[in-house]
Design a protein around this ligand. Structure first.
Ligand SMILES: [Mn+2]
Length: 330
């Protein structure tokens, strides 16, 4: 569902709120942070009291750069500071959840309890699942590139002018989630990018924010070199058994594998904790990732998904995955 289709309901809810708390997923990335800050600025212009709920203590490099540059400009609180900042009339408080809809993925699960369900809004581009948060308004657009694109649409709804710094953040979220406009990109994505550029978004600055750590890049390349190709079109890459990987890194590796000739689906298997094996998977659309990962307890959608398996090994998970893929090919 597009944000535009729900704009009246959304505007109504924003209008009646006095204090708005914004919360995205754990391990903030530039889509989660860019959309959070973009929304924060929109709401400030609408004269709301705004707070960003952030419990993360470590940040990836792009996110850390933004926090450094904006130091002192935003009300950032931890979840234990929500109560003291609530508006005196409970129904005037609003919680907006961005770039996720799952209980286990938000910055703080307990934050949700401070709000009436009617006063929770979710703006997201990921599929709903068993652990999706109840909300008075859920705008879930699986077709859109990013949450930053949704917030760009909201700027247009309000016909607002945002400072170039903030529109640059929104553009960086779009660039991140589309892997430089190569994935999940359609005419509307380019239009959003055009719209942000016309307000002064800087591609040079986006490039600076998205610069990556060379050591992390090298670690990812090592995983790519440890790849098996099934039936000339399915890539299965494995991490080192001695290393713990972040889920974002596994997703990036899976994305990258799709850039190679003939590869239609990619699976990356690696340790996500000392006892947990994770798979991150992507497909161009001919393989349904969600249904391939379901037997392993995972989920996602047609073109991407992930699963975590407790108390297993890379080898065991690889064997199971290959059995599932073999069945699929029969
Ligand atoms: Mn996103």
């Amino acid at each position: 569902m597009k944000l535009i289709e729900k704009k009246r309901e959304l505007k109504q809810k924003l209008k009646s709120a006095k204090t708005v708390f914004i919360m995205a997923h754990k391990d903030l990335d530039l889509d989660a942070l860019g959309s959070s800050i973009g929304l924060y600025i929109i709401l400030e212009k609408l004269n709301k009291n705004c707070f960003l709920i952030i419990n993360d203590t470590k940040h990836e490099s792009g996110v850390a750069k933004v926090f450094q540059e904006l130091e002192g400009c935003l009300n950032i609180i931890r979840d234990n500071e929500i109560e003291e900042n609530l508006y005196i009339r409970q129904k005037k408080n609003l919680l907006i959840i961005l770039d996720t809809n799952k209980k286990e993925l938000v910055q703080s699960n307990s934050a949700i309890d401070y709000f009436d369900i009617q006063n929770i809004i979710i703006l997201d581009h990921h599929e709903l699942g068993d652990t999706s948060i109840e909300a008075g308004l859920r705008i879930i657009d699986n077709e859109i590139s990013s949450t930053c694109e949704m917030i760009t649409n909201l700027i247009e709804v309000y016909k607002m002018e945002l400072d170039p710094y903030y529109v640059t953040l929104l553009l960086s979220g779009i660039v991140l989630d589309t892997n430089n406009f190569t994935l999940k990109t359609n005419a509307e994505t380019y239009y959003a990018a055009y719209y942000l550029s016309s307000m002064g978004a800087s591609t040079k600055k986006v490039q600076y924010l998205l610069k990556q750590d060379l050591k992390e890049y090298i670690e990812r390349q090592k995983v790519i070199t440890n790849v098996d190709i099934l039936n000339d079109k399915i890539a299965i890459a494995k991490g080192s058994p001695y290393m713990i990987y972040r889920k974002e890194d596994l997703a990036k590796i899976a994305d990258t594998l799709l850039f190679f000739n003939d590869i239609e689906a990619s699976f990356v298997i690696a340790k996500s904790t000392s006892k947990t094996i994770a798979i991150s998977a992507r497909s161009l659309g001919n393989y349904n990732i969600a249904s391939l990962l379901t037997p392993l307890g995972g989920g996602g959608n047609k073109t991407g998904g992930a699963v975590r398996i407790n108390d297993s090994t890379i080898g065991k998970v690889e064997t199971k995955l290959k059995q599932i893929l073999k069945k699929e090919e029969e």
